[in-house]
Ligand binder design. Structure first.
Ligand code: NAI
Ligand code: MG
Length: 331
């Protein structure tokens, strides 16, 4: 008897979203794994057609699926992806930034993982206009969320064989909030004696990332710092076409490339599908198919190393052509 298929809700979205998702699907199908992938609408086009950017049907399907694979939204990104992250209660935003061999980039050796807290900090949106000329924003940091994200970072490091976790903070100025965050990281670190625990101020971390990214492996941080530093990390390894992410919570998991709908190249077959294919690999690992996840990653790396890429990486293939080059290596 064949094993029950994994139910995947696929939300392609706008612009290059559907293009890179079609590429990722082609690679997923080539793994031969039992995946039941169904597509659901969301985004700008959905808003224009149905009057709603994130239909209830899509939200329900996302909650009923074992995993969600998301492409990109355009102008409606906040209504679609921020709402999905919140509705699915995903408290980790996991952003690996690993250079692939053969990519012309600032740091061919970079192998960083940013573990970003996904629910609080300044992104809670707690802003108040006290007078027409005075606005405050509240930075929410709780021990519960800080311990939870720290534990995720150390467990991830242990599982993936990383030897160092660095907490990124600004506790010299944000004494209470980042003081609490650091206390929680230190407390959790004691349970992982084999992992080297370090703390670096966020401003210094920005400089070190440019000068010597090899000093970092897993970086754990609060929401705003994680957002900024993960884009910096993307810049080190060759850009947005190469950066996948996973939003994980206790019940749900949503995988999405870091990039947006790229209207400047949409419809031309020029979108690099690597980020979406890496999202697919992360999803397979999450579903328990670690070997196939690694096989997809190796196939992608081999295609890139041999110049079988889209034009942004110097190749001559279109989006689906690059996906086929990856899929053929899985056969
Ligand atoms: P973007 O990520 O769409 O594009 C930035 C630049 O990178 C563009 O020049 C684009 O051509 C290039 N690029 C992005 N992905 C690429 C890929 N896979 N292959 C090759 N080149 C790639 O960001 P931008 O232009 O700031 O935003 C465009 C739209 O996307 C906006 O409407 C924004 O709201 C939305 N957006 C949605 C996100 C999401 O759905 N998670 C995230 C970021 C932006
Ligand atoms: Mg960002």
């Amino acid at each position: 008897m064949s094993p029950a298929a994994h139910r995947i809700a696929v939300i392609p979205g706008d612009g290059i979203g559907p293009e890179v998702i079609a590429a990722a699907r082609l690679v997923l199908e080539a793994t031969g794994l039992p995946l039941e992938m169904r597509e659901y609408p969301a985004g700008d086009a959905c808003l224009a057609e149905r009057g709603v950017a994130l239909p209830e049907e899509t939200l329900r399907a996302a909650k009923e699926a074992e995993a969600v694979l998301f492409g990109a939204a355009g102008e409606t990104a906040a209504e679609v992806i921020l709402r999905l992250r919140a509705e699915l209660e995903t408290w980790v935003n996991l952003r690996p930034a690993r250079a692939l061999a053969g990519v012309d980039c600032l740091y061919p050796q970079a192998d960083l993982v940013i573990v970003r807290e996904n629910t609080e900090c300044l992104y809670r949106g707690l802003e108040s206009r006290l007078t027409p000329e005075v606005v405050t924003a509240t930075r929410l940091i709780t021990a519960g969320a800080s311990r939870r994200i720290a534990r995720f970072a150390f467990d991830y490091a242990r599982r993936q064989g990383y030897r160092r976790v660095t907490a990124i903070h600004k506790a010299n100025v944000l004494r209470q909030s980042d003081g609490l965050f650091l206390d929680c990281c230190r407390e959790v670190a004691r349970d992982y004696p084999e992992i080297d625990y370090q703390e670096v101020l966020v401003d210094a971390a920005a400089m070190y990332l440019v000068q010597d990214p090899g000093r970092f492996q897993v970086m754990v941080t609060t929401n705003l710092f994680g957002d900024i530093l993960s884009d910096l990390a993307a810049g080190l390894i060759g850009g947005l076409g190469l950066c996948p992410s996973a939003n994980l919570g206790d019940r749900y998991a949503l995988f999405e490339p870091v990039h947006g709908s790229a209207p400047d190249i949409a419809g031309q077959g020029r979108a690099n599908p690597a980020a979406a294919i890496m999202c697919a690999a992360m999803m397979l690992a999450h579903l328990g198919h670690r070997d196939q996840a690694e096989a997809v990653h190796r196939a992608l790396a081999a295609a890139v190393a041999q110049g079988q890429t889209t034009p942004d990486l110097g190749g001559e293939l279109d989006t689906l052509g690059m996906a086929r080059a990856v899929a053929e290596r899985l056969g």
